[in-house]
Write a protein that binds this ligand. Sequence first.
Ligand code: AMP
Length: 282
Amino acid sequence: MQVVSAVDTFQKQCLDLRCSGRVIALVPTMGYFHEGHLSLMRWARENADTVLISLFVNPAQFGPTEDLDRYPRDLERDQNLARKEGADILFTPSPEEVYASDHDTWVDVPGLSTYLCGQSRPHFFRGVCTVVCKLLNMALPHKAVFGQKDWQQMVVVTRMARDLNLPVEIVGRPIVREPDGLAMSSRNAYLTDTERRQAAHLYAGLQRVQDWVREGERDTVKLASRLEEYYAKNVPSGHIDYVHFVHPWELTPVDRVKSQVLVAVAVQVGSARLIDNMLVQG
Ligand code: AMP
């Protein structure tokens, strides 16, 4: 596995790879790898000839009061894990490599970005789309692999790729969870023991929603308030940012659970903002 940090070196290597006819998959990440990241790398290894991993904590997607400075990092461990998963190139650029000091071009998907996380993180998806677009232009992959844990990100990036005719397939992969159901996340490292125990109820609550729907409740206002009550009781350290029932690909609110609905939640637990989601069948 090569570790490359210069954009022009990486882009040239990727262009040569693409011209050689190899199928290339890119896994964009912010590092501090866990099984969720590794599952994306494994999918890439099985479905492409060349696996590129980018590891870049993207300043453009953090708000001024967010956790950019303390975002967990461990490059040596990440290198070993990526090597073990059979990555060909680990791309680790610095912010200065990625953004020129007079960088002035942004990629925005303003409609989809206003829902869910976009309400409390107004510049987040603009930062995500800009960096993903730049990474796709650098790496020129046939496939780019994203986790469904960040469902809205997957939807927004899919729309961006379609709207801009980017020659890439956006692939979404299932959420990898801890044994107690908590969705794996680099930010779980922020949780104290008590918060960590409570955080498992984020997923337990989503499973309850599926039960309530099976029992016949279809009204999403009632389902949302039952879920909020469940969190208030079982995640007392948490502050709910949102509990929303939306169309999975439009992200627009849904009144009743008829066919497939996405239940998406964001809860601030201590200093970690945790998100999770589940597709619920009517
Ligand atoms: P991050 O490093 O948090 O930006 O995540 C990099 C990629 O890994 C994104 O596509 C995430 O959606 C994905 N990812 C993060 N956590 C998980 C998880 N628990 N299961 C599956 N994919 C994940």
